[in-house]
Ligand binder design. Structure first.
Ligand SMILES: NC(=O)c1ccc[n+]([C@@H]2O[C@H](COP(=O)([O-])OP(=O)(O)OC[C@H]3O[C@@H](n4cnc5c(N)ncnc54)[C@H](OP(=O)(O)O)[C@@H]3O)[C@@H](O)[C@H]2O)c1
Length: 410
């Protein structure tokens, strides 16, 4: 059996890990299409290596460069939104959705076609448009496979029982590079500091989200939509070794854990293998070498982004999309050196506060989600333009005292 695979976000961290797994099973997979944003050379190199049939860049202005890079290969290519749409529409059994941020919403929605599976890494599709996205997947009969390591671990652990018997789903967090930092120290953090993730090598945006724990908050919202579990039955625990990725607490007190070494190729292989596991070359778990596992409750005082995400999930309606849009603007401003690390939660909180009075139902379509996202971005950008982030009320609890306050359990 040969499966035809399309990878959206092929040149990114998840895309490259997917390419590694595909290249270990060339007899099993054929690459239908690869999509990236701007990196013509990286996309062309991967397309040649994997023998892809089609390569598309979102950035129309790079078309000539991509064509030149692929010349003589026989690989068809295009650039711009119609080329990305063409890539999403081509025949495929499985689409890996790994574009970063809300830029992934439309291509991931376009990938929902009968007769295929979608392996979802782009959590923003569920955070901004969870109801619309899951409803469309159901309408098209497309199974959504969780590629995020925590949700993939939960999928595997949930196979031990029925979803009705779940008391709590617990996501683990490594705690990120600032787990032991005081708020004072975090106030001076730079993008380079966020890139030093203790266990994963990832893209720039998710690095910042992991450092602020917004990533874990986005994952709570993702889990809510993927597994249909209410906010009161979702928890987070910090586990710095990142070996346990997700835990299912059953109603009889039993707990099933999903474990693996922290290597994204493992959940990727699980999604690609579907019915039968793939043999892949990754480090094996050596429990004796690790010695011990440790756990701690997340500290929402030092990491207010996690609290903001939980509040957005509890509020529902438009708030998760607003949170996500504001966060993308704030993270980009931090990466550009325009604001400090602790200004990220301040911008997100103030945007959510200003938008919350207006109410709004959860977006019923991707277009509605994008409209809300645009509104939140404009509001956050306006706050940034005032260029007085320190005058934004720094998110409550983001203590600058430098003292570590007692952590709260989520
Ligand atoms: N990295 C991880 O370990 C990890 C784990 C779980 C979930 N995720 C999720 O997976 C997604 C990707 O993360 P990542 O770390 O792989 O990000 P990344 O390294 O930044 O890669 C992003 C990919 O998206 C492409 N892209 C950006 N804008 C695009 C656009 N407008 N149209 C088409 N393609 C576009 C990029 O292309 P260019 O290279 O050309 O810019 C690149 O291929 C995110 O949603 C993240 O939250 C990541």
């Amino acid at each position: 059996m040969t499966d035809r695979i399309t990878v959206l976000g092929a040149t990114g961290s998840i895309g490259r890990s997917t390419a590694d797994v595909l290249s270990q099973h060339r007899d099993r997979f054929r690459v239908s299409a690869l999509v990236a944003g701007q990196d013509a050379a990286g996309l062309a190199r991967m397309a040649r290596e994997l023998g892809a049939e089609y390569a598309a860049l979102a950035d129309r202005s790079r078309h000539a460069e991509l064509r030149a890079e692929l010349s003589g290969s026989g690989i068809a290519c295009g650039a711009g939104p119609s080329a990305v749409h063409e890539a999403c529409s081509r025949d495929a059994d499985l689409v890996v959705a790994a574009i970063s941020g809300t830029a992934g919403l439309v291509p991931t929605r376009d990938a929902l076609k009968p007769g295929r599976r979608v392996a979802l890494a782009n959590k923003e599709s569920l955070v901004s448009a969870g109801q619309a996205f899951m409803a469309e997947a159901k309408r098209q009969g497309v199974p959504i496979l969780a590629m995020d390591s925590e949700h993939n671990a939960l999928t595997q652990a949930l196979a031990a029982g029925c979803i009705e018997d779940v008391e709590t789903l617990i996501l683990t967090a490594s705690g990120g590079p600032f787990r032991t930092w005081s708020s004072d120290r975090m106030a001076g953090a730079t993008p380079a500091h966020t890139a030093k993730h203790p266990t994963y090598s990832m893209g720039a945006k998710i690095n910042v989200d992991s450092a602020s724990l917004m990533n874990k908050g986005l994952e709570l919202i993702e889990a809510h939509h993927l597994f249909g579990v209410g906010p009161d039955r979702l928890g987070v625990v910090v586990h710095p070794q990142s070996i346990i990725h997700g835990l299912v607490q059953w109603r009889d007190g039993g707990v099933t854990a999903g474990m693996a070494v922290p290597d994204m190729r493992i959940p990727i292989a699980h999604c690609l293998g579907v019915e039968r596991r793939l043999t892949i070359e990754v480090p094996r778990l050596d429990l004796a070498a690790i010695g011990s596992f440790t756990f701690e409750a997340p500290d929402e005082e030092r990491f207010p982004c996690l609290r903001l995400a939980r509040e957005a999930l509890a509020a529902g309606g438009a708030m998760p999309a607003v949170l996500n849009g504001a966060n993308e603007i704030a993270v980009q401003a931090f990466l550009d050196g325009r604001i400090g690390f602790l200004d990220i939660p301040a911008v997100v909180e103030e945007t959510c506060r200003r938008r919350s009075g207006q109410g709004a139902a959860a977006p019923a379509t991707i277009e509605e989600a994008l409209a809300l996202d645009g509104e939140a971005r404009a509001l956050a950008a306006e706050l940034l333009q005032r260029r007085e982030p320190s005058q934004l009320k720094i998110a409550a609890g983001a203590s600058r005292s430098g003292e570590r306050r007692p952590p709260r359990r989520v």
